[in-house]
Write a protein that binds this ligand. Structure first.
Ligand code: ZN
Length: 82
């Protein structure tokens, strides 16, 4: 799911309310770029439930070393419906 201007404002406000950008655990950098939302498959009855329920995350990529962080998009207040 592509991010729009409202989503980007929500992301900025969410991080600002929590002290700003996280510190990269690999290179200690603090510059990140957000990617489009991802829907990760869930496990139901011990099997990967492809095409059913997904866990929607916001990937953040460190611009210095490419390390990725994933945040729960729903709890961040992002629109996960298209
Ligand atoms: Zn890094």
């Amino acid at each position: 799911m592509a991010l729009d201007a409202t989503d980007r404002q929500t992301i900025t406000a969410w991080f600002d309310a929590r002290g700003g950008s996280p510190t990269c655990p690999v290179c200690k950098g603090v510059q990140w770029v957000s990617q489009d939302l991802l829907g990760l498959p869930t496990i139901l009855d011990g099997k990967v439930a492809l095409g059913r329920e997904t866990f929607v995350v916001l990937p953040m990529v460190c611009v210095n070393c490419a390390y990725c962080l994933f945040f729960n998009a729903v709890l961040m207040g992002l629109n996960t419906e298209e």
